[in-house]
Design a protein around this ligand. Structure first.
Ligand code: OGA
Ligand code: MN
Length: 292
């Protein structure tokens, strides 16, 4: 498989792209995301996004407006089905926080579904292309965000397993996903807005043409397979894909901006002590295509 995208425009002087050691994820330097991004810079940021799947930008003092603007370079923003975590004034921004208005902690992780491996919004027909987070407050212990490279994981499966799963499809279901992660049950309004959907278990990336395993906690079972057998196969594939060789562990610094390609990765947050630590992330999500 060819892993890098070719560009005709030269890399702008000053912009740095530093891939992580295992080639999964990269840190981008020499760019100020509080300002508009020049075309040539964006072309290289976009190339790095496709080549490395997870991008880290350090020391970016973004406000909500700059956060929106960055996301709009990648596509159309979309709000979240869970209205309780929406920013009051800016509905396209979601806040995951364990900090109350008076500064004390809630004692609970804000969205327990984030603690288990998933890919964002796979429970809708056109799941998220990218999610972009910024971190006004980070945990001192725990709270790392982990990513799994589902493209590498796919191509490292045996030929027989690839042939077996290539034509399979899975049901993704918001209601079931919340039951599995022991979150508050889905409301009737949420269930109506996000009925179960079917996606291929192996999807082809619309921009790179590479395949990736497409599962995660929102996947409930496999079409045309007994429920328990499907759950077991999903668990087996996820256990394969989350071995250390496919993982990037993001250790947060205040003012990081972190974004990832939901079409070919899974992610989860490491638990932290939600009574002691204060952790706040702001997130925006860009709408993607129907998985094919
Ligand atoms: C998300 C998510 C991870 C985190 O924003 O989609 O899963 O680190 N969050 O909070
Ligand atoms: Mn997520």
């Amino acid at each position: 498989m060819s892993e890098t995208v070719e560009l005709t425009v030269q890399k702008p002087v000053g912009l740095t792209v530093t891939p992580h050691d295992n080639g999964f994820g990269a840190e981008i330097g020499g760019i100020d995301l509080t300002k508009s991004i020049r075309d040539a810079d964006f072309a290289w940021v976009h190339k790095a996004f496709l080549d490395y799947k997870v991008l880290v930008f350090r020391a970016q003092k973004l406000d909500d407006e700059a956060h929106h603007r960055l996301a709009r370079y990648f596509g159309e923003l979309e709000g979240h089905i869970n209205k309780s975590t929406r920013h009051q004034a800016l509905p396209k921004i979601q806040i995951f926080s364990n900090v109350k208005e008076d500064g004390s902690t809630t004692g609970e992780h804000p969205e327990k579904g984030t603690l288990v491996w998933h890919t964002d919004k796979s429970y809708v027909a056109t799941p998220s292309l990218t999610t972009i987070l910024r971190s006004p407050a980070i945990a001192s212990v725990g709270g790392d965000t982990l990513f799994a490279d589902m493209t590498r994981a796919y191509y490292n499966l045996s030929t027989e397993t690839r042939a077996r799963i290539d034509g399979m499809a899975a049901v993704h279901d918001w209601k079931r996903s919340r039951e599995k992660s022991k979150e508050r049950p889905a409301t009737a309004e949420e269930i109506a807005a996000a009925p179960p959907v079917v996606h291929p278990m192996v999807r082809t990336h619309p921009e790179t043409g590479l395949k990736a395993i497409y599962l995660g906690n929102h996947a409930s079972h496999i079409v045309d397979m007994a429920i328990d057998e499907g759950e077991a196969l999903i668990s087996e594939l996820e256990a394969h894909a989350t071995q250390s060789e496919y993982i990037y562990r993001h250790k947060w610094q205040v003012d990081d901006v972190l974004m990832w390609d939901n079409r070919c990765t899974m992610h989860c947050v490491e638990p932290y002590d939600a009574t002691k630590e204060r952790r706040i992330v702001h997130r925006v999500v860009v709408k993607g295509d129907k998985p094919l």
